[in-house]
Structures are given as C-alpha cells and as structure tokens.
Design a protein around this ligand. Structure first.
Ligand code: XMP
Length: 512
C-alpha cells in the first residue's frame, strides 16, 4: 500500500470510525497501538499520522504516551481530542486538568485561515467529549478556532504541518467533520483517491496468486457475507485451486443449500463440496434444550464434520478465512477503552491445532462495509452482499427447547414468509435482522369449523449498528397483518403469531 494514513490508537471508542472515515475518502488507513516505535512507523512511510482520542487524562499515572520521536518524523500530524493533549504536552503547551467530562454539541468559530477549514463555514457545530483542555498553544502553534469553552479548540503549526482538534470530526454529530478529514488527507497530506475496491481486487489477486502458487486452498463457506466474498476473491485469483466446503447442518433456512449451489457451484463454477450432515447434527441435538449446550454441540460437530470434509477434499496447503480488520486490530489495554472489553462472545473457537494449514485471510485489512463493496465488485448479488446476519448455530437457537424435524419445517416455512414479505415491501435491507422464532407453546385456535391446537411463531425485527444494542422496528400494521395471515394460513402447525417488542438490552436479539 503506497499512500496511507497511520492512526495511533490511544483507546478512543471512535478510533475505528476515524479509520473508516479516511477510507471513505479513498485513502488507505491503518490503526496501530499508541506506543508503536517511531522507527517502525518510519518504515511504513505514512503520508500522515493521526493521534486518536482516548479516555485518559494526560496527567494520569500510566496515561498512554507515544514514542516522542513520532513527532519528529516530518510527516503531517493531526491530533484529535486526547491527541491534541499529546501535542500540547510534548511540544510545550499548557493543559488544564478538567474535573468533569465536557460532553456534547458545541459551536466552533474559525478565526484564522487553515487548510483544514478550506471550503468550510466560519461557524459550525462540533461534538465534544473531553475533560482536560489546552490553555496555551504549544510552541510555534497558533489558535485557529474557538468554542464556547475553549480558546484553543483548533491549533496549528503550518511549518511543521501539525494540527490539533479539541472535538471529534469523525462522528456524525460533527456534520462537517468529513470535509475536515478530507482537507487533512487531500490538502495537507497530499493523498490521492487511490484506495478503491476496484484497485484492491487487482492488488489482492496478485498477492493471493503469489502466496498460493500452485498449491490448493480450502475455504469453509457459510453463505454469509464474509466467507462468500473471500470465496469469490480467492476464486478470481486461483480458480479451481480453491475448494469451498459448505456444511449443511440441517439448521439452515429455506432454500439455503440450493442458493449456495446455484450461485457458487453453477454460476461461479467453483469447486464446491456440500457436506450433508443434517442427520448427525439432529441426532446429537435430540432432547437438548439448554441454549449453551446446543451451541457447544453444534460447534463441536461442525469442527468434526469440517475436518473430515477437508480430508476428502484432497491435500491443500491453505485454509482461507474471512477474517476482517476489526478482528485483528489490537485493542489498547487501558481502563475506559470499550474495545478492550468487547470480545466477540459468539463464534465457536478456532479449528483444532491438529489441522495443519497455513491461513489465508484476504479480507483482514478490510472493514465490513468495504467487504460488501468488494463483493459487489466481484459480481456477487445484493442478496448475498447485503444479507442479514445469521447465527452459526442456525435455526437451533430460534427453536426454543427441543429441535426436531417437524419444528424445523414449521420454522423454515414461517421464516421464509417473514423474509419474503420484508423484501416485497422494501423493508428487508433497511433493518439489521428480521426473522421468525418458534415457541414451544401450543394454543387453541379455530380453522373453519375445526378446533386447532398448534405452535406459536414470534416475529423479531430489529435495527442495530453492530448487534451490541438493538431496537425493535415499528413495521407498518398492514405488513405485520400480511405476515401473520400468511403464516397462519400457509404454515401447517402454527396457529398464532406474536410480535417481539423488546429492545437489546435487556433482551437479546436471538431468543436463545
Ligand atoms: P444476541 O442474540 O446476542 O445477538 O443479541 C447479537 C448478534 O449475534 C448473532 N448471534 C450469533 N452469531 N453465533 C453467531 O455466529 C451465535 O451463536 C450467535 N448468537 C447470536 C445474532 O444473530 C445477532 O446478529
């Protein structure tokens, strides 16, 4: 990667957002721990450096500090919030310790000309979240803009191409923040718009070819966005040297196996090995009711089935995985950094060490939204690229209690109706997830002249940014009415439909 902006992470909850904003400017960015030695950064030869915000006070014992030689690399630097305090602390400014955090909207007034504010109004709304504040500009710096609470909300040293912002330009509550970041990367750092998924395909294909050579690659295809895009990319690079293994665990939604066969097998002409292990999964799940036990059984069985499938697939040197950038960024281990606490709690641990593969992870420098763009670039359809998340344990965690063939059939049919109606009414791509859940509760109904005694289906539709919190979606009544009518009329075994109106927290998105 030639041009890139390095972000030193001081533990802000927004560090990844900064990286994404820069990439949205078609400029590559990487996140490195705050204490990365200057000589390592020099080797990367970044076109600019951003010092992120962070929860610490610069005066706190153990507050994170960079290698101070970073400030002498002769590369443009933008310090954001805590990053501004770093500039102040190391370059001779004064910082006043704030006793409480100043949090919320403020109005920025620009007093001096600055490349950062080219094309921007003299007054704009910004988002503050800081406690300490600069009270004297560092040596050689001047104040460019002020807010109600700060005379040094923006400082600059044009000779050294160093800038500091008290507020957060990366968040949406700073509406002109994106332009400000653009000004930094284009005008100050002189970056061009070189980071596009079209360019990335060429570069990644070359790299994969070089790594893989004549060897073979195996990939576990789940049908989800990440593994599908990884498959399409590796296939573009090495064609039939790639074998995709798709495990049918019997817990998939309606027509899922056929869709994977159609798209990857027939359309892309990939070497696709479908393992039908439904019977084995269902046998092991028989009588199991506890959600965590279900997950363990499904995870363990998956590994076993996948392992023996790789043997049948023939000798391969590489195992491909759809690991994404957020999975590989090291979180900063300091108090107050939410990223240090949030761990993905769901996915079944890695494959056993006895599987001797080299890993191939061609998406590991991409964010999720970039993976979707890459998928589209590689010709994957919208249904795959923008599909909603689906849990690894599948419908087993959407059938409360025992998982049986009959319950799976009922849930599959009901779920297909929910999805069809969401798509037909243009709601599917506007929400995070929309699905049906089967409750092991039977209730009385009437159908024609007959009394029925059947299962209950719950409809769950939620909005979320990352699955960590979620709100239930207020769908129009007529859409809900159609879903309910269709499920009760068309699905044998269900005679009642409920709507789940719980948010996360305290409820979770899945019912188990
Ligand atoms: P919860 O139910 O914890 O779900 O609010 C948050 C997000 O994670 C998905 N999810 C899972 N994904 N294996 C997965 O791969 C799992 O066991 C699992 N459980 C929940 C869920 O669909 C939602 O998007």
């Amino acid at each position: 990667m030639n041009e890139q902006i390095v972000i030193l992470d001081f533990g802000s909850q927004y560090t990844q957002v900064i990286a994404r904003r820069i990439r949205e400017c078609s400029v590559y960015s990487t996140i490195l721990p705050y204490d990365t030695p200057a000589r390592e950064i020099k080797k990367i030869a970044p076109t600019g450096i951003i010092l992120s915000g962070g929860p610490s006070s610069i005066y706190a014992k153990d507050s994170p500090k960079p290698d101070r030689k970073v400030l002498n690399l002769g590369v443009p630097i933008l310090g954001i919030c805590y990053g501004l305090q770093i500039l102040g602390h190391f370059l001779g400014g004064s910082i006043e310790r704030g006793l409480k955090r100043e949090y919320g909207k403020g109005t920025l007034r620009v007093k001096k000309s600055s490349p950062l504010f080219r094309g921007l109004p003299k007054s704009m709304q910004v988002w503050n979240s800081h406690s300490d504040k600069l009270t004297k500009a560092p040596r050689g710096f001047v104040s460019v803009a002020t807010t109600e609470n700060s005379d040094f909300a923006v400082v600059q040293n044009l000779d050294r191409e160093m800038f500091g912002l008290q507020f957060h330009p990366e968040v949406v509550h700073t509406p002109k923040g994106k332009q400000l970041i653009e000004n930094f990367v284009y005008r100050v750092c002189g970056c061009g718009k070189r980071w596009t998924m079209r360019n990335y395909v060429d570069q990644a294909v070359d790299e994969i070819r070089e790594t893989v050579g004549e060897e073979r690659v195996i990939l576990g295809l789940s049908g989800g966005v990440d593994s599908s895009v990884a498959a399409a990319l590796i296939h573009r690079a090495v064609g039939r040297q790639l074998t995709c293994i798709f495990v049918n665990n019997g817990l998939l939604r309606a027509r899922e196996v056929e869709a994977v066969k159609d798209l990857f097998g027939r359309n892309f002409e990939m070497r696709l090995q479908v393992e039908n292990a439904s019977a084995e999964f269902l046998r092991k799940l028989k009588g199991v009711r506890r959600p965590e036990r279900k997950r363990k059984i499904i995870g363990g069985t998956f590994i076993k089935v996948f392992q023996s499938a790789t043997k049948r697939a023939g000798k391969a040197k590489f195992l491909a995985q759809g690991t994404l950038y957020p999975d590989v960024i090291e979180s900063v281990p300091i108090a107050g950094n939410p990223a240090a606490l949030i761990k993905s709690h769901h996915n079944v641990g890695g494959l056993p060490k006895t599987m001797k593969f080299e890993l191939l992870e061609p998406l590991k420098c991409l964010f999720k939204d970039e993976v979707r763009l890459l998928g589209a670039e590689l010709g994957l359809p919208k249904e795959v690229v923008y599909r909603q998340p689906f849990p690894g344990p599948g419908l087993a965690v959407r059938i409360l209690g025992d998982v049986t063939k009959e319950r799976l059939r009922i849930l599959r049919e009901a779920d297909a109706i929910v999805v069809q109606e969401m798509k037909a009414n243009d709601w599917y791509y506007r929400v995070w997830q929309s699905f049906a859940v089967l409750l092991p509760v039977k209730s009385v109904g009437v159908m024609g002249d007959e009394r029925t005694y059947e299962y209950t289906v719950a409809v769950r539709v939620v909005d979320s940014k990352d699955g960590m919190t979620a709100d239930w979606v207020k769908l129009p009544y007529d859409l809900l009415e159609r879903m309910s009518n269709r499920i009760i009329n068309e699905v044998d075994g269900a005679n009642r439909v409920c709507l789940d109106i719980s948010s996360k927290p305290p409820a979770t998105i899945e019912w188990e």
